[in-house]
Design a protein around this ligand. Sequence first.
Ligand code: ZN
Ligand code: ZN
Length: 382
Amino acid sequence: MDTMAKPDFYETLGVARGADEKELKSAFRKLAMKYHPDKNPGDAEAERKFKEINEAYEFLKDPQKRAAYDRFGHAAFEQGGPGGMGGGFGGGGGGFSDIFEDIFGEMMGGRGGRRSSGGRERGADLRYNMEITLEEAYTGKTAQIRVPTSITCDLCSGSGAKPGTQPTTCATCGGAGRVRASQGFFSVERTCPTCHGRGQTITDPCTKCAGQGRVTEERSLSVNIPEGIEDGTRIRLSGEGEAGMRGGPSGDLYIFLSVRPHSVFQREGADLFCSVPISMTTAALGGKFEITTMDGARSRVTVPEGTQPGKELRLRGKGMPVLRSTQFGDLYVRITIETPQNLSKRQRELLAEFQELSSKETSPESTGFFSRMKGFFDTMSD
Ligand SMILES: [Zn+2]
Ligand SMILES: [Zn+2]
């Protein structure tokens, strides 16, 4: 009923319609902090804003609901609306605390979302930047990399407790790792301040890892770089990131790959481009030259008679390999034409003689251009 009066979800959060998940989240976070009832006690306007912000985020963070909202607006969530998306914010139990855990879990408890029972915590994802040459991208390779990373402590098997001793259950949270606290008109779950979410406290820490359950080491990994890989590719090595805390799963290792620019070839997808300067006479009379291609072979390029600058000659299959296929792109040789310089007297005479013998047929492009130009100025002066 009050569909019309309801503010636009995107406007409520102050984001563009194309905002991605991260932008939504950060906008929500900022506003939620600002209008949080705890910060604005007794302010009904702030409370209303806070509800609006929560509602908007509740819908936009869910890709399905967001798609429905984008198509149908608020009508998407009215009773009996398309897709049966009824039961919006506050209806049916999904309340504030759910959202709060979602968003603030991370803020309050470090990596709240990743925590599992017993204080086990997933290790962080790691990033490794790797630069390869175009030749390496062509042939593919196995690269050995050394990654400083933390691994599970072997002395305590990751428990963090001195061998022979056991971690004890946290007295504050009873092992849950989280405590509930009343905030304004709803209650919030927080990471336990005593055990920092672990649910356990270690009285006798392991000497090797100081109770962390993991130690830092450099590991050697071999990474397979497939043929035809493109600049900007991310390779994910699952479970090769930082070790988890107290027996939690390891994070992932992401290799961010960049391909160094080549001195001769430019790449566009699987195709390669290169510029080759030829002499004016070769361009006019036709001829041949050889170039070395990425496979190390020499390829003969035929220049047809009367070749103009900018002409692209295609060498089929001489481009880059297509990733995960047996195909190859093409190599385009872009012709540039070098105008002769430092002419001898004899050369000058020959060219002057050539000039005298030239006609419309010898240079149709320029003849055409100048006659068009003339026509243009004639209409201007009318
Ligand atoms: Zn240890
Ligand atoms: Zn605790």
